[in-house]
Ligand binder design. Structure first.
Ligand SMILES: [Zn+2]
Length: 99
């Protein structure tokens, strides 16, 4: 039996940031340029040309939804948006300390 569970992986945050689509309740947003109103299965941002490789969520997701997305866009990597924001916040704090 196969299903989706979350696992932790060390990621390059800058890489994720550059190619992340964030899916909300009604539509999705390009994280790079904050263009909103995208379809969740958008491949490339119509505003800035970002090619989406990572998908994060501002809503609860079901494994049925993830399975559908993975079938439509098999190269996508699903990330936990809260994890991403928390890790990004940490690196911002580090940047401030470095100044
Ligand atoms: Zn964009």
């Amino acid at each position: 039996m196969k299903d989706f569970i979350r696992s932790w992986k060390e990621m390059d945050l800058a890489q994720v940031e550059k190619s992340l689509i964030v899916v909300g309740d009604l539509s999705a947003e390009c994280f790079a340029c904050h263009h909103i109103g995208l379809e969740k299965n958008t491949i490339t941002c119509p505003n800035c040309g970002t090619h989406f490789k990572y998908m994060g969520f501002r809503r609860r997701v079901t494994s049925a939804f993830l399975r559908r997305m993975a079938q439509e866009l098999p190269y996508l990597i699903f990330v936990d948006f809260d994890d991403f924001k928390a890790a990004g916040g940490k690196s911002d704090a580090r940047k401030l300390l470095d100044l």
